[in-house]
Design a protein. Structure first.
Length: 421
């Protein structure tokens, strides 16, 4: 009886997330309600308190978001975008897939999907349209690359999985990096094929006054090379330190602080403004990202208290053939219908991934496919923040972008499931 009640609450939770109710409130309230029904309300509250102070998560996530805010205030992020766009516009034949891959690369340094979409899309989408590409394909090409943050040490899922597996963040990224790259290559090729199939890769002429991008300057602004290199410096340091230059090995916060200090030196921005931006970013990260992680922990603790987690794991043990599909397409589908794969991926990784070895899988692999599945699902969702940003710049419906991205994201999810699992 309790499991039936719990199942009803879980279904109600999914419904509310799809309807885009405040995800932290929904997850927390659902978890607390299940714990109350199980007669153990303190389980939920204790879970809240313990997840609040998970050191490995807080330091990585908050420091990366602090650095991202510094890049915005120093305008280094825009110079990076200008540099990449300026290069790609010289090669017309690869402009569409190049936009996807460029967005993916920039999203590593600027780990917010919507933020990267705005920074890249504001320049790239008008340039694509001016080159004769249809607005829908122009927006979809940029949107298709907004899961590059999978390779960022500050993406909340990477330190979360590292914490579960007891390894370093860069070790987690090393495991799923191949799958991430394969996914973006599939996405880039797919959007180029879709554009060709629909005859939307050339010949479009924008109505000068009616187009949403009519007031945007389509000339690529000049990029300062030194400014443009600053956003990628911390990532370069972390990669080199964990591979060929052990002397540079350091934690994520240290690398982000070095990057922020170099940003001050290179751009000569007022240190007070940089300091304020860094700490504002850290605070935002705790509230927005850690908030979801904490709420997801409460939700899972409620499911554990009421017996759903044990029942679900037993079901998976008895039908191991569905484990791979559940890990990949559970977060993927919720990402599509809710516009965010985070809640589903965190809940799955909190509840099931610690038991990965029961299914003959590694924790890192199972956690990675759940995170990547959610990200791919979000990238073909018409209600994701990044989709709305790209559609607004292109002057089309977000659904038009979602339809064009769907084939690539579905194929990428299937392929990477076999790569990681």
């Amino acid at each position: 009886m309790m499991i039936v009640l719990g199942g009803a609450i879980v279904l109600a939770t999914i419904y509310l997330l799809v309807k885009q109710y405040e995800s932290r409130m929904v997850l927390f309230a659902s978890g607390l309600l299940m714990a109350l029904l199980a007669g153990a309300p303190m389980v939920a509250l204790d879970s809240f308190a313990s997840r609040m102070t998970t050191g490995g998560l807080i330091t990585a996530i908050c420091s990366v978001m602090g650095f991202a805010f510094v890049m915005k205030v120093t305008k280094c992020d825009q110079h990076l975008v200008n540099l990449v766009v300026g290069f790609l516009t010289k090669f017309r034949v690869i402009l569409i897939p190049g936009a996807t891959i460029a967005t993916f690369a920039i999203n590593i340094a600027l780990p917010s999907a919507a933020g990267a979409a705005a920074a890249v899309g504001a320049i790239f989408i008008p340039i694509l349209i001016a080159a004769g590409v249809s607005p829908a394909i122009a927006g979809a090409a940029v949107l298709a690359g907004t899961f590059g943050s999978m390779l960022s040490p500050g993406l909340s899922h990477n330190p979360f999985i590292a914490e579960l597996a007891g390894v370093e963040v860069m070790d987690v990224i090393a495991v799923h990096s191949t799958a991430d790259v394969i996914s973006v290559v599939i996405a880039a090729i797919s959007i180029a094929v879709v554009a060709k199939f629909l005859n939307e890769d050339k010949g479009y002429i924008a109505k000068s006054q009616a187009a949403a991008t009519s007031e945007v300057n389509v000339e690529t602004p000049k990029a300062n090379l030194f400014y443009a290199l600053v956003p990628i410096l911390p990532i370069v340091i972390l990669v080199l330190g964990s591979t060929i230059l052990p002397a540079l090995k350091m934690g994520v916060p240290q690398a982000m602080l070095i990057g922020a200090i170099i940003a001050i030196a290179v751009t000569r921005t007022n240190p007070q403004d940089v300091s304020k931006a860094f700490f504002d970013g850290m605070g935002s990260a705790y509230g927005q990202i850690m908030g979801i992680i904490i709420a997801a922990a409460v939700f899972v603790s409620g499911m554990e208290a009421i017996g759903i987690v044990e029942a679900f794991i037993n079901m998976l043990v008895n039908t191991e053939s569905v484990v791979n599909i559940a890990a990949t397409f559970g977060p993927f589908l919720l990402g599509v219908i809710s516009g965010s794969g985070d809640a589903a991926a965190f809940a799955f990784n909190e509840a099931v991934t610690p038991h990965a070895q029961m299914f003959g899988l590694e924790i890192i692999n199972m956690g990675s496919i759940a995170a990547l599945g959610g990200a791919l699902g979000r990238t073909m969702s018409p209600i994701a923040g990044a989709a709305i940003v790209c559609a607004s710049i292109a002057g089309v419906s977000p659904m038009e972008l979602a339809k064009r991205n769907a084939p690539g994201m579905i194929i990428a999810a299937i392929v990477t499931m076999f790569v990681l699992l």
